[in-house]
Design a protein around this ligand. Structure first.
Ligand SMILES: [Fe+2]
Length: 165
C-alpha cells in the first residue's frame, strides 16, 4: 500500500482508496484506440475451396481494368469494379461506400457511394467507377481500394502501365 509518509490513517486510507478507484476504472474502461485499419488483399479465388469464402473475397475486391500502355499527358481511362464474379449487398447498413485509386502510395482519385444507389436494401450489385487520369510519369503502378461499411478496406492486385510519349 502506498502513502507510507502520511501518518493520519484516515487520510492514508483515503489516498489509497483514491488511487485504487483510478486503477480499477482505468482497467475496466475500454479506451478507444486509434489503430491503423486492416487492409484485406485480394486472393485468387481459384485457390479458395469454400464457396462462401470465394464469394466473400470476390465481392469485396476491387478489380482494375485498363490498357497496359498510356500516353504521357493524355487522359487515360481506368475502370475500377468491385467484385468480378460475385456482387455485394447494397443494404443501408452494409454497402460499398467508396473506391480509391492509387499510383503506388499516392492517392490519385476517389469516389463515394451512398447506400441505395446500387439497388438498395436486399439487392446486390457491383460498384463501378471510370477514373480518367493524366499520367505524368513513365510508369504507373495502379492499386485500387474499396471500402465496405461492414467488412473494411479491400485492396486490388497492382496493375503496371507503361507511359509513352
Ligand atoms: Fe461487405
Amino acid at each position: 500500500m502506498g502513502g507510507g509518509k502520511v501518518k493520519d490513517p484516515i487520510i492514508s486510507l483515503s489516498i489509497n482508496l483514491f488511487f485504487m478507484i483510478i486503477y480499477v476504472s482505468c482497467k475496466s474502461k475500454k479506451f478507444k484506440e486509434a489503430k491503423m485499419p486492416k487492409i484485406n488483399r485480394y486472393v485468387d479465388i481459384d485457390s479458395v475451396e469454400r464457396e462462401s469464402k470465394k464469394d466473400y473475397i470476390d465481392r469485396h475486391s476491387p478489380f482494375i481494368t485498363c490498357s497496359s500502355e498510356a500516353k504521357m499527358g493524355e487522359k487515360f481511362p481506368v475502370v475500377v469494379k468491385v467484385g468480378n464474379e460475385y456482387s455485394h449487398p447494397d443494404d443501408f447498413d452494409h454497402y460499398i461506400e467508396g473506391v480509391q485509386l492509387y499510383n503506388g502510395e499516392t492517392l490519385l482519385a476517389k469516389a463515394d457511394f451512398v447506400a441505395g444507389t446500387l439497388g438498395g436494401q436486399d439487392q446486390k450489385s457491383n460498384a463501378e467507377v471510370v477514373f480518367h487520369i493524366v499520367p505524368t510519369t513513365k510508369k504507373l503502378k495502379l492499386v485500387a481500394q474499396a471500402y465496405c461499411t461492414k467488412h473494411g478496406i479491400w485492396e486490388s492486385d497492382p496493375v503496371s502501365v507503361e507511359v509513352v510519349s
